[in-house]
Design a protein around this ligand. Structure first.
Ligand SMILES: [Zn+2]
Length: 278
């Protein structure tokens, strides 16, 4: 089933690329006994890998670009460290994004821009798949996640190729409207250059929050982090600030890895509600 939502004149579609299975140790501070429903039979938390397609008056563009074709076995030492007797075969598997895009009726050539929330591989994997797209990213991510990475690191290979192709554009240093109805908000924490992309149309708002939130309980628990957060305090502070605003203004949250449902609202009681209109 394709998940979609309309925000005024924009249509937003979830593009699935694959999935990742993460062990409890990926979320420092999270007590999974409080939410056992999140763990499957392998004892891991399954997250969606993918991107969001946006169609509207500002053109056809993507937020993030999936993980790319990959198949990453589940590391035995990670299974042992988490006491997983029956771990999943793969920690991450992806490669479906082109089919997901085709199922949405869109050709790769139609994508005019890709707004990357941050430079982790699972957000830049398919950048080279879109010949007419400019690629927008937070410059603060480059030194840590590209410049300091080994020469054969997949993210580095992808970003350097995009650089040679002349398609890279950096975000403005301050929050700014980058297309009509599309605003970039600087939200460092998960990575130094992490952004939230905000859509606004017809009195409705949606935020693409990238990896600001990965576990639903992060809505209320500031002590739950993600292993790859470079600045946990900044990430937790940004979550608290942005979720309070989302609750007050009824803003739809589209997180990169949250699914079932993919589009959510923060309720007055500070819990999640399904925002999808079916
Ligand atoms: Zn991610």
């Amino acid at each position: 089933m394709t998940e979609k939502i309309t925000i005024g004149d924009f249509t937003v579609t979830v593009l699935t690329d694959g999935a990742s299975h993460l062990p409890p140790s990926a979320y420092p501070g999270a007590d999974f006994e409080r939410f056992p429903e999140l763990l499957d039979a392998t004892g891991t938390y399954r997250i969606r890998l993918g991107a969001h397609l946006v169609q509207g008056p500002a053109g056809t563009f993507l937020v993030d670009a999936g993980a790319g074709p990959l198949s990453m076995p589940f590391p035995a030492e990670l299974a042992a460290a988490n006491g997983l007797g029956n771990p999943p075969p793969h920690m991450a598997q992806a490669g479906e994004l082109p089919e997901s895009l085709a199922a949405a009726g869109v050709a790769p050539e139609e994508i005019s821009a890709i707004f990357v929330t941050h430079l982790h591989l699972d957000h830049v994997g398919w950048l080279a798949h879109f010949p007419n797209a400019t690629v927008h990213y937070g410059a603060e991510d480059w030194p840590l996640l590209v410049g300091a990475a080994p020469a054969d690191d997949p993210t580095r290979v992808i970003m350097e190729a995009a650089g040679r192709a002349g398609v890279l554009r950096t975000y403005p240093a301050e929050d700014a409207e980058v297309l009509p109805g599309v605003t970039v908000m600087r939200v460092p924490g998960h990575t130094p250059g992490h952004v939230v992309i905000a859509l606004s149309s017809g009195g409705e708002q949606l935020w693409f929050t990238g990896d600001l939130v990965e576990l639903p309980a992060q809505l209320t628990d500031r002590e739950i982090h993600f292993m790859t957060d470079v600045d946990r305090e900044a990430a937790a502070g940004a979550r608290a600030r942005l979720f309070a605003r989302a609750r007050a203004e009824g803003i739809v949250i589209a997180a990169a890895h949250l699914s079932d449902p993919s589009f959510r609202r923060v309720t007055a009681e500070n819990t999640w509600a399904d925002a999808t209109v079916r």
